[in-house]
Design a protein around this ligand. Sequence first.
Ligand code: SAJ
Length: 404
Amino acid sequence: MSMEKVNVIGLGYIGLPTALSLSVSGNEIIGTDYNSKLVNNLQNGTIDFVEEGIKELYNKAVENGIIFTTEYQKADIYLVAVPTPYEKSDKKVDPTYVVNAVSSIVSVCDENAIIIIESTISPGTIDRYIRPIVANKKINLVHAPERIIPGKIVEELKSNSRTIGADDVGVAERIKKLYSSFCQGNIVTTDIRTAEMTKVVENTYRDINIAFANELTKICRQANLDVYEIIRIANMHPRVNILNPGPGVGGHCISVDPWFLVGDYPGLANIILAARKINDSMPEFVLERTYEIMKENHIDDISRVGFYGLTYKENVDDTRESPTLQLLESMKKHLGGGVKVYDPYVKQDIIDNQFHELSGFLEKVDIVVIMVGHDEIKKNKEKLKEKIVFDTRNCLNLEKLYHL
Ligand code: SAJ
């Protein structure tokens, strides 16, 4: 196996596990991040996020000599995994971090270096923003978007198949070899624009399919039918696979990437836009349904309503764009507030009336709205026996439950 010297830029939830995996499989790895606190923590053995198996991977990588620093280093290959935020107002990708990373790389690297962009970017970003930076140098560009799912990152890094887009076939083959040092899935090589588009298409596909399940939920509510029973039966058809309805779509991928297509192809991206709107309407739907349940049970004190879960999905600590935060935002718009909220994964106070302990939270409320199906609540479901429970995730098997 050929060993490569790689400088990984951005040590977040994609960059760090990728750097560790590359190091464990025998490559010479320098991990760079401009956040000196994060780098300091990594130098001292502390990882800033929760992921199964990451600590073991970290320990092995340290044994293999991985280095963490705030500086860009001379290397043969650079792997950029910095965030790509999007502008809330116009839903366009903000490539500033990627652009800055590539500019910094260009100032330290030699000719013939390879720069891999792993960050999700909107289709066309490399042509528009990255090529101009490297234009005068002999530098090879690659786009190798990731597919790992938070909660199963370490496992999926190994087993997922992946895409490598490059201008040059030789470069693509070399990078394929690099990834196959830890990745056992199929590695497909293609051109850069195709790789960019494929990544965004994958997340858009999922958004549309979740939106379908959510729209069915609204229809079934009006028709007074059980959506879960309908999905269960429909999915017995060999070519039907409907996803799970829920309180909305959060996270930094599925709720963001489809907007890139809407922004760049207005008028063409119709089903994509409709899906986005349906998924974004779900927190409000949860609120309306909560209000109905309050009325039905003659409860009019909003402070007796508790929302369980603040993260965007189960068993992770990431709250970005989470349905619960969207819901609280929408309550604020209507001058409402006062509900109680608890999440076992969110240790800091990020909102009003936030609890940090399950029993204390349950004591203070009569209605519990399950927004996230963390294992914690599944294990403690007997504690909900005396409560009115609205399970938006259909994750609890209790005798009396309200559903979406
Ligand atoms: N959700 C539902 N119903 C479902 C499935 C999910 O309501 O049936 C909700 C979740 O609760 C969550 C949101 O959708 O709020 C997104 O969660 P997710 O677990 O489906 O996906 P992410 O955002 O954590 O990760 C996605 C993955 N992409 C796809 O599955 C196509 C992952 O593989 C990507 O690497 C990641 O985006 C990314 O970084 O792009």
